[in-house]
Design a protein around this ligand. Structure first.
Ligand SMILES: [Zn+2]
Length: 332
């Protein structure tokens, strides 16, 4: 039986954790967090699941592991790590975009393992759509060929100056039970260069034929329901507003999920307030801001971030980017 997967692609600190949880709350949809981290950190370190239990004591992930592989043995986890390393890192993207001949043994193994996990998640939860926020374009492109997987890619993009500013501030990584693991900080210049590279890769993936759409985080914050309805429609999996979590006085009412890894907002539930964080416009040093603007300029304009300060105010925004996906009407 096939399973539909919505793969969230984009740069870290772009709001994909919240987008993923909103999508996962639609009836018939389920979010699994950043599945890419399951084998490389969540299971080996027994990190916390979004439900608040450790991975090894979460009933959902136990059942998924049992169904897919007879359990999360070290052998299974090592196989997933090594096939990912050998076939779906950034450097493999050109080959994944232009495949020649049969897939390598590593790629076939990676696809089979992800397919088994997605199908087990669908079976255990009864969902027909699995939302994976793994984010990396190469992994997304690799999984587009997974057997029995109907993959769609949603590129969640956020103003790179807000992203760069966020990366300069330290955040404790709350999934780590020791409480000492902080999320990485990266300098503005590097985050800008990486953001541009990643966005260009997302566009290549969309052009290679994977059904894709783009959601600007700023549009999501301004109108979570409308922007998600538009994005899901662009992906060919339309949800209606009534299926999305209730908004309560400007907040979204979210249930806990079994999503793995991701942003600390993973662990907040109940009414979650969406707030535009525009602190980069006032607090980010001008030199750093200029560097990021300069390094990301062509794409800034393309995504409607070209204004000198912040993106268009909510009343002027349209969801055109989302509605038309990555089909480059915007490349004017
Ligand atoms: Zn859980």
């Amino acid at each position: 039986m096939g399973v539909c997967v919505v793969y969230l692609g984009g740069f870290g600190r772009s709001g994909s954790t919240l987008v993923e949880r909103v999508l996962g709350s639609v009836p018939g949809w389920v979010n699994v967090g950043e599945l890419v981290d399951l084998a490389r950190s969540v299971a080996p370190r027994d990190e916390l699941c979004g439900c608040g239990r450790s991975f090894s004591s979460c009933p959902l992930w136990n059942e998924v592991g049992r169904l897919a592989f007879g359990g999360w043995s070290e052998e299974v986890l090592a196989r997933i790590r090594s096939s990912h390393h050998a076939s779906a890192r950034q450097r493999h993207l050109p080959g994944l975009l232009r495949p020649r001949g049969e897939p390598s043994a590593a790629l076939a193994s990676l696809r089979a393992d992800y397919s088994a996990i997605y199908r087990a998640v669908a079976e255990v939860t009864g969902a027909r759509v699995v939302v994976d926020a793994s984010k990396g374009p190469a992994l997304g492109q690799a999984l587009a060929g997974a057997p029995g997987v109907d993959l769609r890619v949603l590129n969640v993009v956020r103003d790179p100056r807000a992203v760069a500013w966020s990366w300069q501030r330290e955040v404790l990584r709350p999934h780590d039970v020791s409480g000492t693991d902080t999320m990485w900080r990266i300098p503005a210049r590097r985050s800008a260069a990486q953001w541009s590279a990643l966005q260009l890769e997302m566009e290549l993936v969309a052009r290679a034929g994977v059904p894709s759409a783009r959601l600007r985080y700023e549009d999501f914050v301004a109108d979570p329901v409308g922007s998600v309805v538009a994005a899901s429609t662009a992906l060919g999996l339309p949800v209606v507003a009534d299926e999305l979590p209730g908004t309560d006085d400007g907040g979204l009412v979210l249930e806990p999920s079994h999503g793995l890894s991701g942003n600390p907002s993973r662990f907040r539930s109940g009414t979650v307030r969406l707030r535009r964080d525009d602190s980069w416009t006032t607090d980010m040093p001008a030199a750093a801001r200029a560097v990021v603007t300069g390094l990301t300029l062509p794409l800034l304009a393309r995504y409607g971030y070209a204004g000198a300060r912040a993106p268009r105010p909510p009343q002027q925004r349209t969801h055109a980017d989302v509605r038309h996906g990555l089909d480059e009407r915007i490349a004017k």
